[in-house]
Design a protein around this ligand. Structure first.
Ligand code: UTP
Length: 289
């Protein structure tokens, strides 16, 4: 029997260099897509996957994330007094139950692997989800739920993947598969940003994982890898010597909101997908074009 995935690590301590200067004072994970911060969509996706506890790995200047997931007494009282009940409902929609979220400081953005390691004490000895919040996913069934379902089926470690745009595999973490049949396949390796022509497949690592707790011991002694950062990929490659990894080609579309054009695309796509905004959004886009 596989243990249920109850907790998610959400690393939010990165510098957001690609969307500066906006991310200088607003954490990039709180930038709006239409009218909600990116993290609002991500938390909703994770809850739909059965996640009960969120561990945010934060850093300097990210305090607004904690505030977003807490009551704003004055604002809520004002909205209630003015009878703006719809807006009030939207404002409190993402609030956790008390105790459902933890915040740990990474203290220096040494890389994704280091960020995940910072959550070790709160996760303890159980399988857990990792969600990279800047990868925003539009899917009929929550992307994280698809990964959790795959874990319930085959156990071990699961990584969500998707086809990379043609000629762009060198920009991503890429997986190697032991044969490719259907959407869930056993992995034999993975590599961070392989030079063009050396990529083991066209499938990039999308930013949703289920990992086993044994990863923490490997992260503890992981040295710097690609880009001088402590890479999660390097420890996953180590763990693969002892445990199974499966890649799930998840059903949905990813928007990289850590990138200027990715964020723009996400705004357009999510506005067009909103019944209350689709017509006006389409008219505005047509007008601009
Ligand atoms: P990214 O590499 O996309 O984020 O990491 P970044 O470093 O903020 O972006 P750029 O390259 O400077 O524009 C993916 C996720 O991992 C977090 C980031 O906050 C982001 O959500 N992260 C990354 C950490 O929490 N700590 C790190 O040391 C690195």
């Amino acid at each position: 029997m596989t243990k249920r995935v109850r907790k998610a690590v959400v690393p939010v301590a990165g510098l957001g260099t690609r969307v500066l200067p906006g991310s200088k004072t607003t954490p990039k994970e709180l930038l709006n897509v239409v009218d909600r911060p990116i993290l609002s969509y991500v938390v909703e996706e994770a809850r739909a996957a059965g996640i009960e506890h969120f561990v945010f790995v934060t850093g300097r200047g990210k305090g607004a994330i904690e505030d977003y997931f807490d009551h704003h007494i004055e604002l809520e009282a004002q909205l209630a007094a003015k009878g703006k009940t719809d807006i009030l409902a939207d404002v409190v929609r993402d609030l956790p139950k008390p105790g459902e979220m933890s915040f740990v400081r990474q203290m220096a953005p040494l890389g994704l692997g280091h960020a995940v390691w910072c959550a070790r004490d709160i996760i303890g000895d159980e399988p857990f989800a990792v969600i990279l919040p800047d990868m925003l996913m539009m899917a009929k069934t929550s992307a994280m739920a698809q990964v959790v379902q795959a874990h319930e089926k085959v156990g071990g470690n699961i990584i969500a993947v998707e086809p990379a745009p043609a000629g762009e595999t060198h920009k991503y973490g890429i997986v190697a598969l032991d044969g490719r049949e259907g959407r869930l396949n056993r992995m034999t390796g993975m590599v961070e940003k392989p030079p063009l022509g050396t990529e083991p497949s066209n499938l990039l690592i999308s930013g949703r994982y289920v990992l086993q707790p044994e990863i923490f011991a490997l992260l503890a002694r992981q040295g710097k890898g690609a880009g001088g950062e402590i890479q999660l990929t390097d420890s996953m490659v180590e763990l693969m010597k002892a445990q199974t990894f499966h890649a799930l080609e998840y059903d949905g579309i990813t928007y990289d909101c850590g990138d200027k054009i990715g964020l723009l695309r996400a705004n357009v796509a999510f506005a067009l997908a909103r019944p209350d905004l689709a017509d006006a959004a389409r008219a505005a886009i047509r007008d601009l074009l």
